[in-house]
Design a protein around this ligand. Structure first.
Ligand code: VAH
Length: 312
């Protein structure tokens, strides 16, 4: 059995579907704080802050792997830092303690949000000084070190990648600074003008959902001896500015109009890298991305047009 926390989230939704395709529908238990409208398989309500309930579920389900995606993202976290810290940290502690008790393998999503302050912003290296500027980023860098600690001290097999901004057609993001990069495609397909909450030149590392899910599965399926870094691996897909993704969409939707009204999320974006270097992930477990901006744009628009939008 495989268990996913945060299974209703932007990544959790797609990862759960992919895990069910690979391991069998009945072998994957999706969990989240509330039931989704239309569950696509086994689902259990789970509040990751409730250690007793979490242990009882792990005792009963005896998963071999847990993908711990439940967390509050960067923009939403800034609205209530204590709440975000509590969910991101106590949730992780409960998962790591359960992994220690029941022996399951853990996937922990980190983020480029661990960077900030003095972190080099261009081609950010794997081993860089990390000075996160958001409670989300602070919680993720603390989480990385706790994962490393539980591995070294208790032998917990926990693995992690630092996700860039993730873009996919299957789900909507929830409260991140990179959410504009998903929304912009929906507006284009609906034939509506788009107002971007970041500046036209706000360059950020990004990755297509298909690549992000594959990276997640590949690091989890790699032999343990290949996983040399037990904090978290840099992984890179592409990087672009809002102006560049707008231009890529205009190739397919000529009349598409975008204007820019940066809000508080612009300051978060300016603290993050513009591009990431992922040599260690390539070397240790054979990572390499497949989607660049043109390929992602064609795939996104094709799927969104099929889903439920009138032909533009
Ligand atoms: C966020 N999508 O914006 C997440 C992610 C790197 C970005 O961590 O908070």
């Amino acid at each position: 059995t495989i268990l996913v926390t945060g299974a209703n989230g932007q990544i959790g939704t797609v990862l759960t579907t992919e895990l069910r395709a690979r391991y069998g529908k009945d072998h994957v238990i999706a969990t989240d704080i509330r039931k989704p409208e239309a569950p696509t398989g086994a689902f259990q309500v789970l509040d990751v802050l409730d250690r007793e309930a979490l242990f009882a579920l792990m005792e009963q389900a005896r998963p071999s792997q847990v993908y711990h995606l439940a967390a509050i993202l960067s923009a939403k976290g800034e609205q209530d830092p204590q709440w975000a810290w509590e969910i991101n940290m106590t949730g992780l502690f409960n998962i790591l303690e359960a992994a220690k008790a029941f022996g399951f393998k853990v996937f922990y999503p980190s983020s480029i949000a661990v960077c900030g302050g003095e972190t080099p912003r261009v081609n950010t290296p794997q081993h860089a000084v990390l000075q996160p500027q958001t409670v989300y980023g602070i919680s993720k860098v603390a989480g990385e070190h706790w994962c490393n600690y539980y591995h070294k001290k208790y032998g917990v097999d926990v693995r992690s990648v630092r996700y860039p901004g993730i873009i996919g057609y299957q789900s909507l993001p929830g409260g991140g600074t990179t959410d504009y990069a998903v929304d912009i495609y929906h507006y284009a397909v609906r034939g509506e003008d788009f107002t971007c909450f970041l500046a036209a030149d706000a360059r950020l590392p990004m990755m297509y959902m298909a690549d992000a899910v594959r990276a997640t599965l590949e690091i989890m399926e790699a032999p343990p001896e290949q996983i040399r870094i037990r904090t978290s691996y840099n992984i890179s897909g592409m990087n672009f500015t809002p102006a560049e993704v707008a231009a890529a969409i205009k190739e397919h939707v000529p009349g598409f109009k975008v204007d820019y009204a940066p809000d508080f999320r612009q300051q978060i974006a300016e603290s993050w890298p513009e591009s990431i270097e992922d040599e260690e992930a390539r070397k240790d477990w054979g990572w390499s991305a497949e989607f660049d901006l043109p390929k992602m744009t064609a795939d996104m628009l094709e799927h969104l047009r099929q889903l439920d939008y009138a032909e533009i």
